[in-house]
Design a protein around this ligand. Sequence first.
Ligand SMILES: Cc1cc2nc3c(=O)[nH]c(=O)nc-3n(C[C@H](O)[C@H](O)[C@H](O)COP(=O)(O)OP(=O)(O)OC[C@H]3O[C@@H](n4cnc5c(N)ncnc54)[C@H](O)[C@@H]3O)c2cc1C
Ligand code: HEM
Length: 442
Amino acid sequence: MASARNRDQAGTSVPVALATPTVPPRTAATETSARLAQPEASASAITADFDRQPIRDLRKHLATDPDAAMEYLFARLFAAHPGLRGLFPHGMTQTRAAVFNELAGIIAGLDDQERTEQALARLAVDHRKFGVKDKHYEPFFEAMFVTAQDAAGPAWTVEMAAAWRSALDWFSSVMTAAAAAAAEEQPAWWTGEIVQHDRRTETVAVLTIRPDRPLSYVAGQYVQVQTPRWPRIWRSYSVANAPRANGLLDIHVRAVPGGLVSTALVSHCTTGDIVLLGAAGGQMRVPDDPARNLVCVAGGTGLAPLKAITEAVVGGAGQGKRRGITLYAGVRRSRDLYDLRDLETLRLAYPSLTVIPVAEDGRDFVGRVGRLPDVVRTHPSFRDCDVYIAGPVGLVTTTRRMLSRRVPSDRLHHDPIEALRQVRRPQRAGAQNKKAAGTASP
Ligand SMILES: Cc1cc2nc3c(=O)[nH]c(=O)nc-3n(C[C@H](O)[C@H](O)[C@H](O)COP(=O)(O)OP(=O)(O)OC[C@H]3O[C@@H](n4cnc5c(N)ncnc54)[C@H](O)[C@@H]3O)c2cc1C
Ligand code: HEM
């Protein structure tokens, strides 16, 4: 299987993993708009200098019925530009919820200009793999403009119109500039060959993937993956190894019941198959301070990023004092412990690593028995430690809450809760409305 750009009927070019052997040409440069061609002029014309209050008011109107607002947005977008429909997946429920939540978060955080710019830039870099180009921004933001107008109804004012227009111009300029900068450095997506597919349990597989060109990341980050079986559907998977000289990436995938991409990766992919990969993202990092020890709390395949972080610390260790690492690897049943052999190899190479397997159901099990947060609670000391938590959102929030009095928040590391929540609750944008309305910028 190979990847190809897919040309939909209306002529929009999108990255889609196909079962054909053609690998398409892929240029690094994006189409650069006239505005971007004159960065100085654009910088003076488009600024973040606009009134925030009318936009906060608009957010309330949009949040009254996010489902309806997002349906309106995409209806207006696709009615005016039918060609853009081809960029999006067939089922849009998850997309609508994600776009609303992201937008609500951005508006909520507008007062912090630097953080908003970072969020917009991350979004733009991430959007390159969807096939989004400069020319798509104007139609999208035009649809956003009329969506807010529709949501506000009779409450729409001249001040709202002016502020929303300025905000959208600013969003667009930050995003197009970030996408153009990213295009100088890396492709919009990579093809990756599965060079090893190791089915460890009924539901978990460890895949080793060779990207077609260097894909840079740091230990703790995740990449997005698309399979030929589900064109245009991308899911995040943490890279399970520290960067290697040969560029190979491991991912640990658990097939969730009814899950599209996870089931495809675990049960329908094999050695030699091709997947598409998006740029690495995520804020988890190996801590800079070499004096601090690490406590890693991994639920299920949450082991992946924490194994990468452990490998990075082990690989970077010099001859002096070694950082202590305690890795709790939790599962429901002991037979779900799919990576103990590799962890034992790591432990032999680095005696300052302690691996503690934990199973909820303790039958025939010699390790620790209990719920992972309860076992972690008994950890002797968190003094001078960085704590990393990865796994299902419930584990992350429970462990975080449990440790909140014992570990300063800047030493508690995990993937964004909002992104993890999205994994389990994609059904309706409205279901997340209240939550998102009170959420700061991502
Ligand atoms: C930052 C980040 C890193 C991630 N890293 C990994 C990783 O290293 N390994 C890994 O296996 N997954 C990881 N995930 C989850 C992964 O991205 C997918 O969400 C997961 O594989 C399900 O995708 P799917 O397409 O198979 O399921 P979908 O088709 O999206 O979902 C199908 C159904 O399953 C439900 N569902 C979704 N997830 C779960 C779940 N966990 N348990 C039970 N039901 C569920 C959905 O609500 C839906 O009803 C990560 C997610 C994030 C946000
Ligand atoms: C501030 C502006 C924007 C916000 C807040 C936003 C938000 C989002 C979010 C949160 C996602 C889901 C990401 C993921 O699942 O990884 C998404 C997906 C997507 N967005 Fe945007 N977006 C914006 C601008 C645009 C623009 C200008 C386009 C151009 C048409 C666009 C097209 C897409 C496409 C094609 C997808 C993929 C849909 C999917 O696979 O579900 N977006 N957007």
